[in-house]
Design a binder for this molecule. Structure first.
Ligand SMILES: [Zn+2]
Length: 118
């Protein structure tokens, strides 16, 4: 995939995400005051209204990460082992941050943490 194509994909995800976030009742008052938040500001606002466990917030964070990676030429590189993420994984989720083996490892660890917390 070319950088331009990825940029295009990411901005489509961004406008979809912004629309969904804008529909959250917690966000409506904030967005009435100001509607042209940058991604960073949006992350801050969502944190302020305690939405940082929300699935849309988590998606927003990965979008922000993917955009930064694209800027520094590291898009599609696994955030754990720094090898290239499988193209089919990126095709199904352009915001993917981990390769298959690190992702399996991560979710296993996460499950263990959940078990420990309960
Ligand atoms: Zn990896």
């Amino acid at each position: 995939m070319s950088t331009n194509h990825i940029k295009q994909t990411l901005s489509e995800i961004e406008s979809e995400l912004r629309a969904k976030i804008g529909a959250l009742p917690e966000m409506q008052a904030k967005l009435m005051e100001q509607h042209d938040y940058s991604l960073c500001e949006l992350i801050q606002v969502m944190t302020d209204v305690h939405l940082c466990e929300h699935p849309l917030f988590i998606k927003l964070m990965s979008l922000d990460a993917a955009r930064c990676q694209l800027e520094i030429g590291l898009y599609g590189v696994c955030s754990d082992c720094e090898s290239e993420i499988e193209p089919e994984r990126l095709a199904s989720n352009p915001l993917e941050q981990r390769c298959l083996s690190c992702s399996n490892h991560f979710s296993q660890q996460h499950r263990q943490e959940l078990r420990l917390n309960h």
